[in-house]
Design a protein around this ligand. Structure first.
Ligand code: MOS
Length: 673
């Protein structure tokens, strides 16, 4: 199948949040804090109010009321405290976008400024142990005796890896269009990964019953996690619309997105691995240091994949956080697994070299029977199959492991491998299926298609459940008035919504007219297995001995991710994730401004992501795996696993090419020469 909405998207007819035609619309533009920590003393709006077309200036001087208890990033103007540079401290509403933006530039904000601290360090005195890490994992885990395991090891690797601040950069900027009706009901067109959650959040922030709020996100131009929670633009649009009594539209600039739509926390990760002479692990320890803000706690689950990867008698993982004067970190594709597996899979490569062992074989000999941390059986686990199939396709058997010896003119050539994993979970969802007047079928669910092709995948799932051609099924999504559904996140969308759709279609078949499903009870029974997708990433790099530039002529990912619902969409998800992993490995880095707070490199001219020419040959394939324990489709999620492991495989290949181990991402030329 081709994407159902493909034609309307490429012809510009698909309507995104900022594009709904609304009468009498006005525009808001945020004013951002110029200090990293302190208080807003005074906001002088006089000059701004005298500018053409200006309707209002919102700020903490006369804060429009919100319900108490809102997330600190959403409680706009409710406090005079400044938690980070770039925080929204005022906003201008005007008749045009240009007038709002021009007036925002002349709003004068005076501050009382305090000393700030924006630097993550592994020895920071403010480090603490959070109660849990996201979404609800234990902060630490410990099994066996790490010190004893290291003492008896034939070989020990003790290394520290660092990953920088990373930013999601969806093509569609964060935007919202808010309208209040005469009865005090709120309609928001928002860029959201979930309309049910966005509705619930806005209802809470404005102290409204859920029934009075509707969120519509029919098309979303990418999210990767940055639209997984409600962002300030939606609150600001709704707040401003109430103040001026007209609809308000906000489109954040790319630079504003870097400040207020979340980012991946930087990490410092210490790995200690011990192994016997045959390569069997005797100890594995993974400690992650990360940051959060003074507003909210966000504890990335960086070391959690280490709990499930390899058999070892001694296994310890820990997370430590420090509250800095920064924006709150948030979700970014494969939060936890992505930075955590970068460090673990790089350290495994170092261990393979220390042992003089092939890195594929090292992983194979440490394959566990059951999940190392919990002891639960895996619902299915085909990591070894992915490694073997990848090695075969990539031509791994002819590889000479010696680093720094293959040369083509100025170019040093190397190959690397890393494992990949991501949890296969689902959340409760509702769905409705009905027969339409013409005999076709309408399927409704408040799901979000954030560019993944969810609409198309769900159409296939419904058609299969009904036993009819996909052309006779119409899926309606992206509206909180539809049956409640979880966000497109955690690689759980298709599994969650699809389960509810299958049940609704089954009920429709027996009822003849309508089927309504709620999978809350069904999902509750999911706990008996360890549920994960696995993969293996193989990479070839060419490193210039003159400039230090790294090129990636070949990327191969082999995945075992349950039954693949739609091969074309799945391939796009995998290679999209792998390409994003390549960006993480070689290019992406947001610098923190230590002197003034906030971020440097706040646009795509400076925050580099791979372009087509950077990725000449990226291939994703999968094993035939059907996991009947997971959901009626026997599928696992595929949105995130593609990014996991790619950066490690690239770093491992760079070592193979050059003999130089870079332990700080991204691997830019200055770190190689
Ligand atoms: Mo994704 S970070 O699970 O939205």
């Amino acid at each position: 199948m081709n994407r159902i909405e493909g034609r309307v998207k490429v012809t510009g007819l698909a309507t995104y949040a900022a594009e709904y035609p609304v009468e009498d619309v006005t525009y808001a533009f945020p004013v951002q804090s110029q200090i990293a920590k302190g208080r807003v003393r005074h906001v002088d709006a006089q000059d701004a109010l005298a500018m053409p077309g200006v309707l209002a200036v919102l700020s903490g001087e006369d804060p429009p009321p919100l319900a108490s208890g809102a997330d600190g990033e959403l409680a706009l103007f409710q406090s005079r405290e400044v938690a980070y540079r770039g925080q929204i401290v005022a906003a201008v509403v005007a008749d045009t976008y240009e007038n709002a933006r021009a007036a925002a530039a002349v709003v004068r904000v005076d501050y009382d400024s305090d000393d700030h601290d924006v630097s993550l360090r592994a020895d920071h005195p403010g480090l603490y142990k959070p109660d849990h890490v996201n979404p609800a994992y234990p902060t630490d885990s410990e099994k066996g005796d790490i010190e004893a395991g290291l003492a008896e090891a034939a070989t020990v690797v003790d290394v520290v890896y660092e990953t920088p601040v990373l930013h999601n950069n969806p093509m569609e900027p964060h935007a919202a269009l808010a309208c209040w009706d005469d009865e005090g009901g709120l309609l928001v067109y928002d860029t959201a990964q979930g309309t049910t959650l966005s509705r619930d959040t806005l209802a809470q922030v404005f102290g409204l019953p859920k029934e009075r709020v509707r969120v519509v996100s029919r098309h979303v131009g990418g999210g990767f996690g940055s639209k997984g929670t409600t962002r300030p633009q939606a609150v600001l649009a709704a707040m401003a619309a109430r103040v001026v009594g007209r609809p308000v539209k906000i489109v954040l600039t790319r630079q504003q997105m870097f400040d207020v739509t979340g980012y991946r926390t930087p990490t410092i990760q210490r790995l200690r691995l011990g192994a016997d002479a045959q390569g069997r692990l005797t100890a594995l320890e993974h400690v992650a240091y990360e940051q959060t803000s003074t507003l909210e706690e966000f504890a990335e689950q960086t070391a959690t994949p280490t709990r499930i990867m390899y058999a070892t008698p001694a296994l310890r993982t820990a997370h430590r956080l420090v509250r800095l004067d920064v924006a709150t970190p948030s979700w970014m594709r494969a939060p936890g697994e992505c930075p955590g597996m970068y460090a673990l899979e790089s350290a495994m490569d170092e261990l393979a070299y220390a042992l003089g062992m092939d890195p594929v074989e090292l992983r194979v000999v440490n394959e566990p029977e059951t999940e190392p941390d919990s002891g639960l059986p895996f619902s299915s686990r085909n990591l070894v199959g992915c490694l073997r199939e990848g090695a075969r396709r990539f031509g791994w058997e002819h590889r000479d492991p010696t680093p720094g010896v293959r040369r083509d003119g100025e170019w040093l050539i190397g190959t690397g491998v890393a494992a990949s994993t991501y949890p296969a979970r689902r959340r409760p969802s509702k769905a409705r299926a009905v027969v339409e007047d013409d005999g076709d079928f309408l399927v409704q669910v408040a799901a979000a298609d954030i560019g993944t092709g969810a609409r198309t995948a769900l159409t296939r799932i419904a058609a299969e459940a009904l036993g009819v051609a996909p052309e006779r099924v119409h899926v309606e999504l992206g509206d909180s008035d539809l049956p409640e559904a979880p966000v497109a996140g955690g690689s759980m969308g298709t599994a969650s919504w699809g389960s509810a759709i299958v049940r609704a279609c089954e009920e429709l078949k027996s009822d003849g007219k309508e089927g309504l499903a709620d999978t809350t009870e069904e999902v509750r029974g999911d706990a008996a297995f360890s549920r994960h997708a696995f993969g293996a990433q193989f990479v070839e790099v060419r490193v210039s001995s003159v400039t230090g530039e790294v090129r990636v002529p070949r990327l191969l990912g082999v995945f075992a991710a349950g039954r693949i619902v739609d091969p074309k969409l799945a391939r796009s998800q995998f290679i999209g994730g792998m390409t994003m992993g390549m960006g993480m490995g070689l290019m992406e880095e947001t610098l923190t401004d230590e002197e003034f707070g906030g971020f440097l490199r706040r646009d795509l001219a400076q925050y580099h992501v791979p372009a087509c020419a950077d990725v000449p040959d990226v291939e994703a394939v999968w094993l035939d795996e059907r996991d009947a324990e997971l959901n009626p489709m026997a599928s696992k999620g595929i949105g995130e696993i593609g990014i996991v492991g790619t950066a490690a495989a690239i770093g491992n290949a760079v070592y193979h090419a050059t003999g130089h181990r870079v332990r700080e991402l991204p691997i830019t030329p200055d770190k190689i020469l």
